[in-house]
Design a protein around this ligand. Sequence first.
Ligand code: CP
Ligand code: NVA
Length: 305
Amino acid sequence: MVKHFLHITDFTADEIWETLNLAKELKVKFRQREDYKPFKNKSLAMIFAKPSARTRVSFETGFEWMGGHALFLGPNDIGIGKREEIKDISRLFSRFNDLMMARLFDHQHILELAEYSEIPVINGLTNYNHPCQIMADIFTIWEHREYLDDLKITYVGDGNNVVHSWIHLAERFPMKFICACPEGYEPNNEVVQRCNKVGLSSVEVLHDPVAAVKSADVVYTDVWASMGQKAEVEEREKAFKQFQVNEELMAATGKHTLFMHCLPAERGREVTDGVMESDASIVFDQAENRLHVQNSIMVTLAGGD
Ligand code: CP
Ligand code: NVA
């Protein structure tokens, strides 16, 4: 059976911890540019139906450092699901490559890619979730706090793909997770209910950002209009006006709180320049850790052959 990484819940809690521990070792190795080549003579196909800076550069840099060759296929290269059927691309790349990473619009498309694939598929973001991001995020929090007990994360903004992956993580790691969003922009209720049914964590959806951030260890935000929603920017700007992470909201936590953002950030919209540049902000550690955590995920899925 080929193992894929499409959702955080594809890994058990033990597997997540193993991935984080390996990421810690790989971070040291990468920073020293140690000779480490588990992917010699191997190739990674990276399929992007949407734009990217971090995901592309971190996967490509990481895989090439580990001795392999990474191929970038941009939105105009394949026409996945349009010029060619997903199941055909999946079987084709299974013959050429050793790993696939894909950033697609429709989540069903990545499920189909994995269904027909004989090589591991990694989800580099869909409209539904962003598992590599949240694995890097929890690693970053672990680095900063040194422990993950009694964690309260308050996400302020749109109940989007990033939020769904946070809630998936809450099925595996205990935490208090709050999503503070305007009415009509909540995360998928089934995702929230499923996590609360597991009972390990508590997930709440609130509409008052000031109350939501009280005592938070981390305040997290993301763009108000995700890729594919940019036509809604003006309408969303009105709806989200009270949900900007600014200095006042950060002060309302009442304690030393870390600020996180998956990036790219639209400074002046969901977050102020001041918060981005403040001592509380760990957004660049977060971005760097994409590389180390993804290296760890790739080694876990395909590094042992
Ligand atoms: N955070 C993130 O996935 O960034 P990119 O869209 O630049 O890849
Ligand atoms: N929610 C954002 C995340 C970008 C990394 C988007 O999907 O555009």
